[in-house]
Design a protein around this ligand. Structure first.
Ligand SMILES: Nc1ncnc2c1ncn2[C@@H]1O[C@H](COP(=O)(O)OP(=O)(O)OP(=O)(O)O)[C@@H](O)[C@H]1O
Ligand SMILES: [Mg+2]
Length: 234
């Protein structure tokens, strides 16, 4: 799946272990506490009420939020936060795709160019990009600026560019990929995520959308920063 090599110590993530993880924000706000988890290839759905710590956990897994305690062990050998930031950035570039909860775009680039920025990670044809845009019914918006899009349209652009990066990634994190989406678009996103699940990728989805639950091999529930349940779907 990799298209180019770099100095990154890991180009393919096949196992993630979270050990005794805690995140404490300033003023002693404890957002995650004593979290122990293990991820192997497959789809995991992360649920829990607003403020439970889902986004914070995804940020830690993505290598962009340094935990206050504990560690994230990749492939049983490399502790993500014992690496310096530059090396972590290399791992993110090589192996991780992360769809942020917020739709952040380069506001002076049109929709197509915002998507194509992510194409540098993988050799993907114009045709495939067009097909994805057509599938989610935003091809006709390709020349618009992000500020001219509706909430759901922005979500689709955010999803497509993450999906493109995901094609060359082994750890894929989606934060609320279907919020703001209509019923039909939700189904399409669900099918596209299902297609990514090829037995080699670790896919973690934080969501409030019950329609995504059926994708999961395991459901992880957080409440007030603590792991309360882990259910394996039969
Ligand atoms: N930078 C920050 N500083 C202080 N507290 C923060 C910060 N970011 C988030 N929090 C707090 O951490 C808690 C967990 O936030 P997080 O975004 O991880 O929740 P979430 O489960 O993703 O919620 P949602 O379902 O609303 O997306 C919340 O109580 C939030 O107010
Ligand atoms: Mg969140």
């Amino acid at each position: 799946m990799r298209t180019k090599s770099s100095g990154s110590p890991i180009t393919f993530i096949k196992h993630v272990r979270v050990e005794n993880l805690a995140v404490v924000y300033p003023r002693n706000i404890r957002v995650l506490d004593s979290i122990n988890l293990e991820f192997k290839p497959g789809i995991y759905v992360l649920i829990g009420p607003n403020g439970a710590g889902k986004t914070t956990l995804l940020d830690v897994l993505a290598g962009i939020r340094v935990p206050s305690q504990g560690r994230v062990l990749l492939n049983e050998t490399i502790s993500l936060y014992s690496l310096d930031e530059r090396v972590r950035a290399g791992i993110r570039r090589e192996a991780i795709a992360y769809m942020l909860q917020e739709d952040i775009f380069i506001d002076y680039l049109n929709v197509l160019d915002n998507i194509l920025l992510f194409r540098k990670f993988i050799n993907i044809s114009d045709e495939t990009v067009n097909r994805l845009m057509e599938k989610l019914n935003i091809y006709n918006l390709k020349n618009k600026l992000p500020s001219e899009l509706s909430g759901g349209e922005k979500k689709k652009v955010n999803f497509i560019r993450t999906y493109i990066k995901a094609l060359s990634s082994s750890l894929i994190l989606f934060d609320e990929p279907t919020s703001n989406l209509d019923w039909e678009s939700t189904n399409i996103v669900r099918e596209l995520i299902k297609e990514l699940n090829n037995g080699k990728r670790i896919i973690i989805i934080a969501t409030h959308d019950t329609k995504l639950l059926e994708l999961s091999e395991a459901i992880i529930e957080l409440r007030a920063g603590k792991l309360v349940k882990r259910t394996v779907n039969e």
